[in-house]
Design a protein around this ligand. Structure first.
Ligand code: ADP
Ligand code: MG
Length: 575
Protein backbone atom coordinates (compact mmCIF):
# COMPACT_ATOMS: atom_id res chain seq x y z
CA UNK A 1 0.00 0.00 0.00
CA UNK A 2 2.67 2.45 1.08
CA UNK A 3 4.70 1.83 -2.00
CA UNK A 4 1.91 3.17 -4.15
CA UNK A 5 1.98 6.39 -2.16
CA UNK A 6 3.94 8.26 -4.74
CA UNK A 7 1.10 7.90 -7.22
CA UNK A 8 -1.12 9.87 -4.86
CA UNK A 9 1.05 12.96 -5.21
CA UNK A 10 -0.88 14.55 -8.09
CA UNK A 11 -4.03 14.31 -5.99
CA UNK A 12 -2.60 15.99 -2.92
CA UNK A 13 -4.94 18.99 -3.07
CA UNK A 14 -8.28 17.15 -3.36
CA UNK A 15 -7.12 14.74 -0.66
CA UNK A 16 -6.28 17.55 1.76
CA UNK A 17 -9.62 19.12 0.91
CA UNK A 18 -11.46 15.87 1.62
CA UNK A 19 -9.62 15.35 4.90
CA UNK A 20 -10.48 18.84 6.11
CA UNK A 21 -14.12 18.36 5.16
CA UNK A 22 -14.18 15.08 7.06
CA UNK A 23 -12.66 16.87 10.02
CA UNK A 24 -15.43 19.49 9.93
CA UNK A 25 -18.03 16.75 9.67
CA UNK A 26 -16.60 14.96 12.71
CA UNK A 27 -16.63 18.18 14.71
CA UNK A 28 -20.28 18.76 13.86
CA UNK A 29 -21.16 15.22 14.87
CA UNK A 30 -19.29 15.52 18.13
CA UNK A 31 -21.01 18.81 18.87
CA UNK A 32 -24.58 17.60 18.35
CA UNK A 33 -24.98 15.39 21.51
CA UNK A 34 -23.72 18.24 23.70
CA UNK A 35 -26.33 20.58 22.19
CA UNK A 36 -28.96 17.91 22.77
CA UNK A 37 -28.00 17.47 26.44
CA UNK A 38 -28.25 21.26 26.80
CA UNK A 39 -31.77 21.21 25.39
CA UNK A 40 -32.79 18.44 27.79
CA UNK A 41 -31.12 19.77 30.92
CA UNK A 42 -31.65 23.52 30.40
CA UNK A 43 -34.76 23.59 28.20
CA UNK A 44 -36.99 20.57 28.76
CA UNK A 45 -36.42 20.30 32.51
CA UNK A 46 -37.09 24.01 33.12
CA UNK A 47 -39.81 24.27 30.42
CA UNK A 48 -38.00 27.08 28.58
CA UNK A 49 -39.56 26.77 25.09
CA UNK A 50 -37.64 29.70 23.63
CA UNK A 51 -34.36 28.08 24.61
CA UNK A 52 -35.44 24.79 23.03
CA UNK A 53 -36.26 26.55 19.75
CA UNK A 54 -33.01 28.51 19.76
CA UNK A 55 -30.71 25.58 20.43
CA UNK A 56 -32.86 23.25 18.30
CA UNK A 57 -32.48 25.59 15.31
CA UNK A 58 -28.76 25.76 15.91
CA UNK A 59 -28.62 21.97 16.01
CA UNK A 60 -30.34 21.84 12.63
CA UNK A 61 -27.76 24.23 11.21
CA UNK A 62 -24.85 22.20 12.58
CA UNK A 63 -26.36 18.97 11.24
CA UNK A 64 -26.93 20.54 7.80
CA UNK A 65 -23.33 21.80 7.78
CA UNK A 66 -22.08 18.32 8.62
CA UNK A 67 -24.15 16.82 5.84
CA UNK A 68 -22.85 19.25 3.23
CA UNK A 69 -19.29 18.46 4.29
CA UNK A 70 -20.01 14.74 4.03
CA UNK A 71 -21.51 14.93 0.53
CA UNK A 72 -18.75 17.16 -0.79
CA UNK A 73 -16.11 14.91 0.75
CA UNK A 74 -17.70 11.88 -0.93
CA UNK A 75 -17.62 13.61 -4.28
CA UNK A 76 -13.99 14.64 -4.08
CA UNK A 77 -12.74 11.39 -2.59
CA UNK A 78 -14.38 9.47 -5.45
CA UNK A 79 -12.81 11.86 -7.92
CA UNK A 80 -9.35 11.57 -6.41
CA UNK A 81 -9.56 7.77 -6.22
CA UNK A 82 -10.69 7.38 -9.83
CA UNK A 83 -7.93 9.69 -10.96
CA UNK A 84 -5.48 7.61 -8.96
CA UNK A 85 -6.78 4.41 -10.55
CA UNK A 86 -6.47 5.87 -14.01
CA UNK A 87 -2.94 7.03 -13.36
CA UNK A 88 -1.96 3.63 -12.02
CA UNK A 89 -3.45 1.80 -15.00
CA UNK A 90 -1.62 4.11 -17.39
CA UNK A 91 1.63 3.54 -15.49
CA UNK A 92 1.26 -0.23 -15.58
CA UNK A 93 0.31 -0.24 -19.23
CA UNK A 94 3.31 1.80 -20.29
CA UNK A 95 5.58 -0.11 -17.94
CA UNK A 96 4.46 -3.45 -19.30
CA UNK A 97 5.08 -2.06 -22.76
CA UNK A 98 8.79 -1.95 -21.94
CA UNK A 99 8.93 -5.57 -20.83
CA UNK A 100 10.96 -8.00 -22.83
CA UNK A 101 9.39 -11.35 -23.68
CA UNK A 102 11.09 -12.84 -20.65
CA UNK A 103 8.96 -10.77 -18.22
CA UNK A 104 5.77 -11.74 -20.02
CA UNK A 105 6.77 -15.38 -19.66
CA UNK A 106 7.38 -14.78 -15.95
CA UNK A 107 4.26 -12.85 -14.87
CA UNK A 108 1.78 -14.38 -17.28
CA UNK A 109 -0.69 -12.55 -19.48
CA UNK A 110 -3.81 -13.47 -17.48
CA UNK A 111 -2.28 -12.25 -14.27
CA UNK A 112 -1.17 -9.01 -15.90
CA UNK A 113 -4.73 -8.38 -16.98
CA UNK A 114 -6.14 -9.06 -13.47
CA UNK A 115 -3.51 -6.85 -11.96
CA UNK A 116 -4.31 -3.96 -14.27
CA UNK A 117 -8.07 -4.22 -13.78
CA UNK A 118 -9.29 -5.96 -10.64
CA UNK A 119 -6.33 -5.23 -8.38
CA UNK A 120 -6.35 -1.55 -9.19
CA UNK A 121 -10.10 -1.40 -8.58
CA UNK A 122 -9.55 -2.93 -5.12
CA UNK A 123 -6.96 -0.35 -4.22
CA UNK A 124 -9.14 2.40 -5.60
CA UNK A 125 -12.12 1.32 -3.47
CA UNK A 126 -10.03 1.22 -0.35
CA UNK A 127 -8.67 4.62 -1.10
CA UNK A 128 -12.19 6.06 -1.07
CA UNK A 129 -12.90 4.32 2.22
CA UNK A 130 -9.64 5.41 3.70
CA UNK A 131 -10.14 9.01 2.75
CA UNK A 132 -13.51 9.02 4.43
CA UNK A 133 -12.75 6.87 7.43
CA UNK A 134 -9.12 7.22 8.20
CA UNK A 135 -9.60 10.82 9.29
CA UNK A 136 -13.08 10.23 10.67
CA UNK A 137 -12.42 7.19 12.88
CA UNK A 138 -9.58 8.55 15.03
CA UNK A 139 -11.30 11.93 15.25
CA UNK A 140 -14.56 10.40 16.44
CA UNK A 141 -12.76 8.02 18.74
CA UNK A 142 -10.51 10.51 20.50
CA UNK A 143 -13.02 13.36 20.35
CA UNK A 144 -15.76 11.05 21.64
CA UNK A 145 -13.64 9.90 24.57
CA UNK A 146 -12.80 13.48 25.52
CA UNK A 147 -16.43 14.57 25.26
CA UNK A 148 -17.69 11.54 27.17
CA UNK A 149 -15.09 12.13 29.87
CA UNK A 150 -16.18 15.76 30.14
CA UNK A 151 -19.80 14.67 30.56
CA UNK A 152 -19.07 12.17 33.30
CA UNK A 153 -15.61 10.89 34.22
CA UNK A 154 -16.72 7.96 36.37
CA UNK A 155 -19.00 6.53 33.70
CA UNK A 156 -16.08 6.29 31.23
CA UNK A 157 -14.98 3.22 33.20
CA UNK A 158 -17.71 1.36 31.30
CA UNK A 159 -15.88 2.22 28.09
CA UNK A 160 -12.57 1.13 29.59
CA UNK A 161 -14.04 -2.36 29.72
CA UNK A 162 -16.00 -2.33 26.46
CA UNK A 163 -13.29 -1.01 24.12
CA UNK A 164 -10.64 -3.69 24.85
CA UNK A 165 -13.28 -6.37 24.30
CA UNK A 166 -14.07 -4.84 20.91
CA UNK A 167 -10.42 -4.55 19.94
CA UNK A 168 -9.68 -8.17 20.82
CA UNK A 169 -12.63 -9.31 18.73
CA UNK A 170 -11.48 -7.25 15.77
CA UNK A 171 -7.92 -8.53 15.95
CA UNK A 172 -9.01 -12.17 16.06
CA UNK A 173 -11.29 -11.72 13.07
CA UNK A 174 -8.71 -9.84 11.03
CA UNK A 175 -6.05 -12.45 11.73
CA UNK A 176 -8.17 -15.29 10.38
CA UNK A 177 -9.46 -13.31 7.42
CA UNK A 178 -6.31 -11.80 5.95
CA UNK A 179 -4.63 -14.97 4.63
CA UNK A 180 -7.86 -15.86 2.91
CA UNK A 181 -7.88 -12.58 1.02
CA UNK A 182 -4.47 -13.37 -0.35
CA UNK A 183 -5.68 -16.76 -1.50
CA UNK A 184 -8.69 -15.17 -3.14
CA UNK A 185 -6.68 -12.95 -5.43
CA UNK A 186 -4.61 -15.90 -6.64
CA UNK A 187 -7.76 -17.88 -7.30
CA UNK A 188 -9.19 -15.02 -9.29
CA UNK A 189 -6.05 -15.14 -11.42
CA UNK A 190 -6.67 -18.82 -11.99
CA UNK A 191 -10.25 -18.23 -13.02
CA UNK A 192 -9.16 -15.55 -15.45
CA UNK A 193 -6.56 -17.83 -16.95
CA UNK A 194 -9.02 -20.64 -17.53
CA UNK A 195 -11.54 -18.25 -19.00
CA UNK A 196 -8.96 -16.70 -21.30
CA UNK A 197 -7.75 -20.04 -22.60
CA UNK A 198 -11.30 -21.09 -23.12
CA UNK A 199 -12.30 -18.06 -25.09
CA UNK A 200 -9.22 -17.95 -27.29
CA UNK A 201 -9.15 -21.69 -27.83
CA UNK A 202 -12.84 -22.12 -28.54
CA UNK A 203 -12.28 -23.64 -32.00
CA UNK A 204 -9.92 -26.30 -30.73
CA UNK A 205 -12.16 -27.06 -27.75
CA UNK A 206 -15.20 -27.56 -29.99
CA UNK A 207 -13.40 -29.62 -32.62
CA UNK A 208 -11.98 -31.96 -30.01
CA UNK A 209 -15.29 -32.13 -28.15
CA UNK A 210 -13.63 -30.97 -24.99
CA UNK A 211 -16.47 -28.71 -23.93
CA UNK A 212 -17.34 -30.95 -20.98
CA UNK A 213 -13.72 -31.08 -19.88
CA UNK A 214 -13.38 -27.31 -20.14
CA UNK A 215 -16.64 -26.79 -18.29
CA UNK A 216 -15.30 -28.89 -15.47
CA UNK A 217 -12.05 -26.97 -15.44
CA UNK A 218 -13.94 -23.69 -15.27
CA UNK A 219 -16.31 -24.97 -12.62
CA UNK A 220 -13.40 -26.16 -10.51
CA UNK A 221 -11.70 -22.79 -10.66
CA UNK A 222 -15.00 -21.01 -10.09
CA UNK A 223 -15.93 -23.22 -7.16
CA UNK A 224 -12.49 -22.82 -5.63
CA UNK A 225 -12.84 -19.06 -5.69
CA UNK A 226 -16.41 -19.18 -4.40
CA UNK A 227 -15.46 -21.41 -1.47
CA UNK A 228 -12.76 -19.06 -0.33
CA UNK A 229 -15.03 -16.05 -0.82
CA UNK A 230 -17.75 -17.71 1.27
CA UNK A 231 -15.27 -18.53 4.00
CA UNK A 232 -14.00 -14.96 4.08
CA UNK A 233 -17.48 -13.54 4.11
CA UNK A 234 -18.57 -15.86 6.91
CA UNK A 235 -15.76 -14.57 9.05
CA UNK A 236 -16.43 -11.00 8.12
CA UNK A 237 -20.17 -11.40 8.63
CA UNK A 238 -19.61 -12.58 12.19
CA UNK A 239 -17.99 -9.24 12.88
CA UNK A 240 -21.16 -7.13 12.76
CA UNK A 241 -23.21 -9.17 15.27
CA UNK A 242 -20.28 -9.30 17.68
CA UNK A 243 -19.91 -5.56 17.43
CA UNK A 244 -23.61 -4.99 17.95
CA UNK A 245 -23.70 -7.22 21.04
CA UNK A 246 -20.80 -5.34 22.59
CA UNK A 247 -22.41 -2.05 21.60
CA UNK A 248 -25.79 -2.85 23.09
CA UNK A 249 -24.34 -4.31 26.28
CA UNK A 250 -22.38 -1.10 26.68
CA UNK A 251 -25.56 0.95 26.34
CA UNK A 252 -27.25 -1.20 28.96
CA UNK A 253 -24.29 -0.73 31.30
CA UNK A 254 -24.30 3.03 30.77
CA UNK A 255 -28.02 3.29 31.52
CA UNK A 256 -27.63 1.04 34.55
CA UNK A 257 -24.73 2.91 36.14
CA UNK A 258 -25.92 6.27 34.78
CA UNK A 259 -29.31 5.67 36.40
CA UNK A 260 -27.64 5.09 39.74
CA UNK A 261 -25.56 8.27 39.35
CA UNK A 262 -28.64 10.30 38.35
CA UNK A 263 -30.64 9.14 41.37
CA UNK A 264 -27.65 10.04 43.57
CA UNK A 265 -27.69 13.49 42.00
CA UNK A 266 -24.21 13.17 40.45
CA UNK A 267 -25.44 13.41 36.88
CA UNK A 268 -28.20 14.96 34.76
CA UNK A 269 -30.48 13.07 32.37
CA UNK A 270 -29.35 15.05 29.30
CA UNK A 271 -25.72 14.30 30.08
CA UNK A 272 -26.45 10.62 30.22
CA UNK A 273 -28.21 10.76 26.87
CA UNK A 274 -25.23 12.59 25.40
CA UNK A 275 -22.92 10.06 27.04
CA UNK A 276 -24.74 7.19 25.34
CA UNK A 277 -24.36 8.92 21.99
CA UNK A 278 -20.65 9.51 22.54
CA UNK A 279 -20.22 5.88 23.51
CA UNK A 280 -21.92 4.91 20.25
CA UNK A 281 -19.70 7.23 18.27
CA UNK A 282 -16.59 5.83 19.89
CA UNK A 283 -17.61 2.26 19.22
CA UNK A 284 -18.69 3.01 15.69
CA UNK A 285 -15.30 4.51 15.09
CA UNK A 286 -13.88 1.14 16.11
CA UNK A 287 -16.21 -0.57 13.72
CA UNK A 288 -15.03 1.77 11.00
CA UNK A 289 -11.47 0.90 11.88
CA UNK A 290 -12.31 -2.77 11.75
CA UNK A 291 -13.86 -2.33 8.32
CA UNK A 292 -10.59 -0.82 7.27
CA UNK A 293 -8.93 -3.87 8.74
CA UNK A 294 -11.02 -5.89 6.34
CA UNK A 295 -10.37 -3.78 3.32
CA UNK A 296 -6.76 -2.80 3.81
CA UNK A 297 -5.23 -6.29 3.86
CA UNK A 298 -7.23 -7.12 0.79
CA UNK A 299 -6.06 -3.97 -0.94
CA UNK A 300 -2.51 -4.44 0.22
CA UNK A 301 -2.48 -7.86 -1.40
CA UNK A 302 -3.55 -6.08 -4.56
CA UNK A 303 -1.05 -3.31 -3.98
CA UNK A 304 1.75 -5.85 -3.65
CA UNK A 305 0.68 -7.46 -6.90
CA UNK A 306 0.59 -4.10 -8.64
CA UNK A 307 3.98 -3.27 -7.23
CA UNK A 308 5.35 -6.54 -8.49
CA UNK A 309 4.51 -5.43 -11.98
CA UNK A 310 5.89 -1.95 -11.49
CA UNK A 311 9.08 -3.23 -9.91
CA UNK A 312 9.73 -5.85 -12.51
CA UNK A 313 12.36 -4.20 -14.56
CA UNK A 314 12.82 -5.25 -18.11
CA UNK A 315 15.85 -7.48 -18.62
CA UNK A 316 16.52 -5.68 -21.80
CA UNK A 317 17.20 -2.00 -21.46
CA UNK A 318 18.66 0.61 -23.70
CA UNK A 319 22.32 1.47 -23.10
CA UNK A 320 23.07 4.76 -21.31
CA UNK A 321 25.13 5.96 -24.23
CA UNK A 322 23.67 4.38 -27.34
CA UNK A 323 25.85 4.04 -30.40
CA UNK A 324 24.43 4.62 -33.81
CA UNK A 325 25.20 2.26 -36.63
CA UNK A 326 27.93 3.00 -39.13
CA UNK A 327 27.06 3.78 -42.70
CA UNK A 328 26.82 0.08 -43.39
CA UNK A 329 23.28 -0.92 -44.07
CA UNK A 330 21.89 -4.32 -43.27
CA UNK A 331 25.03 -6.08 -42.07
CA UNK A 332 24.31 -8.71 -39.49
CA UNK A 333 27.04 -10.72 -37.81
CA UNK A 334 26.71 -13.51 -35.27
CA UNK A 335 29.90 -14.18 -33.34
CA UNK A 336 29.84 -17.46 -31.47
CA UNK A 337 26.37 -16.80 -30.04
CA UNK A 338 24.95 -19.03 -27.32
CA UNK A 339 21.55 -18.50 -25.78
CA UNK A 340 19.38 -20.45 -23.37
CA UNK A 341 15.86 -19.65 -22.24
CA UNK A 342 15.61 -18.73 -18.57
CA UNK A 343 15.31 -21.90 -16.53
CA UNK A 344 16.24 -24.19 -19.40
CA UNK A 345 18.97 -26.76 -18.82
CA UNK A 346 20.35 -26.78 -22.32
CA UNK A 347 21.08 -23.77 -24.49
CA UNK A 348 18.45 -23.38 -27.22
CA UNK A 349 21.17 -22.37 -29.64
CA UNK A 350 24.90 -22.58 -29.21
CA UNK A 351 28.08 -21.37 -30.92
CA UNK A 352 26.37 -19.76 -33.85
CA UNK A 353 28.55 -17.68 -36.17
CA UNK A 354 27.63 -16.33 -39.57
CA UNK A 355 27.38 -13.09 -41.49
CA UNK A 356 24.62 -11.62 -43.62
CA UNK A 357 25.15 -8.86 -46.15
CA UNK A 358 22.81 -6.58 -48.10
CA UNK A 359 21.66 -8.01 -51.38
CA UNK A 360 22.06 -11.54 -50.11
CA UNK A 361 19.49 -14.05 -49.07
CA UNK A 362 20.28 -16.19 -46.05
CA UNK A 363 18.09 -19.16 -45.35
CA UNK A 364 17.76 -21.23 -42.22
CA UNK A 365 16.46 -24.75 -42.41
CA UNK A 366 16.12 -27.44 -39.78
CA UNK A 367 13.66 -29.63 -37.98
CA UNK A 368 11.05 -28.27 -35.62
CA UNK A 369 12.57 -27.31 -32.32
CA UNK A 370 16.02 -26.96 -33.83
CA UNK A 371 16.16 -23.34 -32.71
CA UNK A 372 15.30 -21.47 -35.90
CA UNK A 373 12.76 -19.09 -34.34
CA UNK A 374 14.98 -18.64 -31.31
CA UNK A 375 17.89 -17.62 -33.49
CA UNK A 376 16.03 -14.98 -35.42
CA UNK A 377 14.30 -13.60 -32.31
CA UNK A 378 17.76 -12.61 -31.15
CA UNK A 379 18.32 -10.19 -34.02
CA UNK A 380 15.61 -7.69 -32.91
CA UNK A 381 16.90 -8.33 -29.35
CA UNK A 382 13.73 -9.93 -28.04
CA UNK A 383 16.07 -11.81 -25.72
CA UNK A 384 19.62 -11.09 -24.57
CA UNK A 385 22.22 -13.71 -25.33
CA UNK A 386 24.38 -15.61 -22.82
CA UNK A 387 27.67 -15.28 -24.64
CA UNK A 388 29.01 -14.16 -27.95
CA UNK A 389 28.04 -11.07 -29.85
CA UNK A 390 25.43 -10.02 -32.36
CA UNK A 391 26.50 -7.07 -34.44
CA UNK A 392 24.14 -5.13 -36.68
CA UNK A 393 25.59 -2.47 -38.96
CA UNK A 394 28.86 -2.57 -37.07
CA UNK A 395 27.35 -2.06 -33.61
CA UNK A 396 26.61 -4.64 -30.92
CA UNK A 397 22.81 -4.86 -30.60
CA UNK A 398 23.16 -4.28 -26.87
CA UNK A 399 24.86 -0.97 -27.50
CA UNK A 400 22.16 0.65 -29.57
CA UNK A 401 18.63 1.63 -28.62
CA UNK A 402 15.99 -1.00 -29.21
CA UNK A 403 14.06 1.47 -31.31
CA UNK A 404 16.90 2.24 -33.68
CA UNK A 405 17.66 -1.48 -33.96
CA UNK A 406 14.09 -2.50 -34.68
CA UNK A 407 13.62 0.33 -37.15
CA UNK A 408 16.05 -1.48 -39.41
CA UNK A 409 14.08 -4.69 -39.32
CA UNK A 410 10.95 -5.90 -41.07
CA UNK A 411 9.89 -8.89 -39.03
CA UNK A 412 7.35 -11.46 -40.08
CA UNK A 413 6.75 -13.73 -37.09
CA UNK A 414 5.95 -17.42 -37.32
CA UNK A 415 2.52 -16.78 -35.87
CA UNK A 416 0.93 -14.13 -38.05
CA UNK A 417 -0.77 -11.64 -35.75
CA UNK A 418 -3.23 -9.06 -37.06
CA UNK A 419 -4.96 -6.33 -35.13
CA UNK A 420 -8.60 -5.34 -35.09
CA UNK A 421 -9.03 -2.75 -37.85
CA UNK A 422 -9.09 -2.51 -41.61
CA UNK A 423 -6.65 -4.28 -43.90
CA UNK A 424 -5.04 -0.96 -44.82
CA UNK A 425 -4.59 -0.09 -41.15
CA UNK A 426 -2.99 -3.44 -40.54
CA UNK A 427 -0.51 -2.95 -43.36
CA UNK A 428 0.19 0.62 -42.23
CA UNK A 429 1.17 -0.82 -38.87
CA UNK A 430 4.57 -1.31 -40.48
CA UNK A 431 4.88 2.35 -41.40
CA UNK A 432 2.65 5.00 -39.91
CA UNK A 433 2.20 7.38 -42.79
CA UNK A 434 2.53 5.01 -45.68
CA UNK A 435 0.76 6.39 -48.75
CA UNK A 436 -2.05 4.60 -50.53
CA UNK A 437 0.40 3.52 -53.26
CA UNK A 438 2.91 2.15 -50.77
CA UNK A 439 0.23 0.07 -49.09
CA UNK A 440 -1.01 -1.25 -52.41
CA UNK A 441 2.51 -1.97 -53.62
CA UNK A 442 3.32 -3.93 -50.49
CA UNK A 443 0.11 -5.92 -50.84
CA UNK A 444 0.95 -6.55 -54.49
CA UNK A 445 4.35 -8.06 -53.70
CA UNK A 446 2.94 -10.07 -50.82
CA UNK A 447 0.44 -11.55 -53.32
CA UNK A 448 -2.40 -10.25 -51.20
CA UNK A 449 -4.08 -7.97 -53.75
CA UNK A 450 -5.95 -10.84 -55.30
CA UNK A 451 -7.88 -11.85 -52.22
CA UNK A 452 -8.20 -8.29 -50.94
CA UNK A 453 -9.93 -7.25 -54.17
CA UNK A 454 -12.46 -10.04 -53.79
CA UNK A 455 -13.44 -8.72 -50.38
CA UNK A 456 -16.47 -6.43 -50.46
CA UNK A 457 -14.67 -3.35 -49.22
CA UNK A 458 -11.17 -4.06 -50.51
CA UNK A 459 -8.48 -2.44 -48.38
CA UNK A 460 -11.13 -1.03 -46.08
CA UNK A 461 -12.46 -4.48 -45.13
CA UNK A 462 -12.34 -5.00 -41.41
CA UNK A 463 -10.20 -7.69 -39.81
CA UNK A 464 -11.91 -9.26 -36.79
CA UNK A 465 -10.20 -9.60 -33.44
CA UNK A 466 -7.25 -11.97 -33.78
CA UNK A 467 -7.71 -12.03 -37.57
CA UNK A 468 -10.26 -14.81 -37.44
CA UNK A 469 -12.06 -13.75 -40.59
CA UNK A 470 -9.11 -14.37 -42.91
CA UNK A 471 -7.40 -17.67 -43.66
CA UNK A 472 -3.99 -18.66 -42.34
CA UNK A 473 -2.34 -18.02 -45.70
CA UNK A 474 -4.09 -14.69 -46.07
CA UNK A 475 -2.96 -13.71 -42.62
CA UNK A 476 0.60 -14.60 -43.53
CA UNK A 477 0.45 -12.53 -46.68
CA UNK A 478 -0.90 -9.52 -44.79
CA UNK A 479 1.81 -9.74 -42.21
CA UNK A 480 4.38 -9.99 -45.00
CA UNK A 481 2.88 -6.86 -46.58
CA UNK A 482 3.12 -5.15 -43.22
CA UNK A 483 6.85 -5.84 -43.09
CA UNK A 484 7.36 -4.88 -46.75
CA UNK A 485 5.74 -1.46 -46.43
CA UNK A 486 8.46 -0.55 -43.97
CA UNK A 487 11.20 -0.93 -46.59
CA UNK A 488 13.63 -2.05 -43.90
CA UNK A 489 17.33 -2.85 -44.28
CA UNK A 490 16.81 -6.34 -42.95
CA UNK A 491 13.91 -8.64 -43.75
CA UNK A 492 13.22 -11.54 -41.45
CA UNK A 493 10.69 -14.17 -42.44
CA UNK A 494 10.03 -16.84 -39.85
CA UNK A 495 8.44 -19.71 -41.68
CA UNK A 496 6.20 -17.13 -43.32
CA UNK A 497 5.46 -19.09 -46.46
CA UNK A 498 4.33 -22.27 -44.78
CA UNK A 499 0.61 -21.69 -45.31
CA UNK A 500 1.00 -20.67 -48.95
CA UNK A 501 0.51 -23.02 -51.83
CA UNK A 502 3.55 -23.72 -54.02
CA UNK A 503 2.42 -21.40 -56.79
CA UNK A 504 1.83 -18.40 -54.53
CA UNK A 505 5.03 -19.19 -52.67
CA UNK A 506 7.03 -19.08 -55.90
CA UNK A 507 5.31 -15.94 -57.15
CA UNK A 508 5.82 -14.19 -53.85
CA UNK A 509 9.51 -15.05 -53.75
CA UNK A 510 10.01 -13.84 -57.31
CA UNK A 511 8.36 -10.50 -56.51
CA UNK A 512 10.27 -10.30 -53.27
CA UNK A 513 13.59 -10.74 -55.04
CA UNK A 514 13.11 -7.53 -57.03
CA UNK A 515 11.93 -5.67 -53.97
CA UNK A 516 14.82 -6.70 -51.78
CA UNK A 517 17.84 -6.41 -54.11
CA UNK A 518 19.56 -3.97 -51.76
CA UNK A 519 18.37 -5.47 -48.51
CA UNK A 520 19.44 -8.29 -46.30
CA UNK A 521 16.96 -11.12 -46.31
CA UNK A 522 16.70 -13.92 -43.79
CA UNK A 523 14.24 -16.68 -44.52
CA UNK A 524 13.36 -19.51 -42.21
CA UNK A 525 11.63 -22.27 -44.06
CA UNK A 526 10.68 -25.90 -43.94
CA UNK A 527 10.53 -26.42 -47.68
CA UNK A 528 13.78 -26.91 -49.51
CA UNK A 529 12.24 -25.46 -52.67
CA UNK A 530 11.70 -22.15 -50.88
CA UNK A 531 15.35 -21.71 -50.01
CA UNK A 532 17.23 -23.69 -52.64
CA UNK A 533 18.58 -20.64 -54.47
CA UNK A 534 19.56 -18.68 -51.34
CA UNK A 535 23.07 -17.21 -51.23
CA UNK A 536 23.79 -19.11 -48.06
CA UNK A 537 21.85 -21.80 -46.30
CA UNK A 538 22.32 -22.46 -42.61
CA UNK A 539 21.35 -25.93 -41.48
CA UNK A 540 20.40 -26.02 -37.82
CA UNK A 541 20.28 -29.14 -35.73
CA UNK A 542 19.71 -29.09 -31.96
CA UNK A 543 20.58 -25.43 -31.85
CA UNK A 544 23.91 -25.87 -33.58
CA UNK A 545 25.03 -25.19 -37.10
CA UNK A 546 25.24 -28.51 -38.90
CA UNK A 547 26.25 -26.99 -42.19
CA UNK A 548 26.50 -23.66 -43.93
CA UNK A 549 26.85 -22.88 -47.62
CA UNK A 550 25.01 -22.96 -50.92
CA UNK A 551 22.60 -25.68 -51.91
CA UNK A 552 25.09 -27.54 -54.08
CA UNK A 553 27.89 -27.38 -51.53
CA UNK A 554 25.67 -28.52 -48.70
CA UNK A 555 24.43 -31.47 -50.70
CA UNK A 556 27.99 -32.72 -50.74
CA UNK A 557 29.17 -31.67 -47.30
CA UNK A 558 26.18 -31.93 -44.97
CA UNK A 559 24.46 -35.19 -44.30
CA UNK A 560 21.71 -33.46 -42.32
CA UNK A 561 20.93 -31.24 -45.29
CA UNK A 562 21.04 -34.16 -47.68
CA UNK A 563 18.51 -35.98 -45.55
CA UNK A 564 16.14 -33.04 -45.49
CA UNK A 565 16.45 -32.63 -49.25
CA UNK A 566 15.98 -36.33 -49.94
CA UNK A 567 12.80 -36.36 -47.96
CA UNK A 568 11.30 -33.54 -49.99
CA UNK A 569 12.59 -33.53 -53.53
CA UNK A 570 12.85 -36.13 -56.28
CA UNK A 571 16.21 -37.08 -57.82
CA UNK A 572 15.92 -34.82 -60.85
CA UNK A 573 14.85 -31.82 -58.76
CA UNK A 574 17.96 -32.17 -56.64
CA UNK A 575 20.20 -32.15 -59.66
P1 ADP B 1 11.98 -23.91 -34.28
O1 ADP B 1 11.56 -22.52 -34.61
O2 ADP B 1 13.22 -24.35 -34.98
O3 ADP B 1 10.89 -24.90 -34.48
P2 ADP B 1 12.30 -22.83 -31.64
O4 ADP B 1 13.40 -21.88 -31.82
O5 ADP B 1 10.92 -22.27 -31.55
O6 ADP B 1 12.36 -23.96 -32.73
O7 ADP B 1 12.54 -23.65 -30.30
C1 ADP B 1 13.82 -24.17 -29.96
C2 ADP B 1 13.78 -24.75 -28.57
O8 ADP B 1 13.57 -23.72 -27.61
C3 ADP B 1 12.67 -25.74 -28.37
O9 ADP B 1 13.21 -26.87 -27.72
C4 ADP B 1 11.66 -25.07 -27.45
O10 ADP B 1 11.14 -25.98 -26.54
C5 ADP B 1 12.49 -24.01 -26.75
N1 ADP B 1 11.72 -22.77 -26.57
C6 ADP B 1 11.15 -22.03 -27.54
N2 ADP B 1 10.54 -20.92 -27.03
C7 ADP B 1 10.72 -20.98 -25.68
C8 ADP B 1 10.35 -20.12 -24.58
N3 ADP B 1 9.65 -18.99 -24.75
N4 ADP B 1 10.72 -20.51 -23.33
C9 ADP B 1 11.42 -21.64 -23.15
N5 ADP B 1 11.81 -22.47 -24.12
C10 ADP B 1 11.48 -22.17 -25.39
MG1 MG C 1 9.87 -21.78 -35.28
Amino acid sequence: MLKLRKFLKPFRLPIIFVLSLVLLQSISELYLPTLMSDIVDKGVVTGDTKYIWKIGGFMLLVAAGGMICSVTASFFSAKAASGFGKLLRTKIFSHVGDFSLHEFDKLGTASLITRTTNDITQVQQVLVMMLRMMAMAPMMCIGGIIMAYSKDAKLTLVLAVAIPVLVIAIVIIAKTGIPLFKAMQVKLDNLNRVLRENLSGIRVIRSFNRIGHEKKRFNDANWDLTQTAIKVNKIMASMMPIMMVVLNLTTVAIIWFGGIRISNGHMQVGDMMAFIQYAMQIMFSFIMLSMMFVMIPRASVSAVRINEVLQTTADITDPAVPLTGEDKKGHVEFHDVTFSYPGAEMPAISNISFTMKPGEVTAIIGGTGSGKSTLINLIPRFYDIDSGKIVVDGVDVQEMTQESLRKKIGFVPQQAVLFTGTIAENIRYGKDHASEEEVQHAAEIAQATEFISTMPEGFQSVIAQGGTNVSGGQKQRLSIARALVRKPEIYIFDDSFSALDFKTDAKLRAALKEETVDSTVLIVAQRVSTIMDADQIIVLENGEIAGIGKHKELLETSSVYREIVMSQLSEEEIA
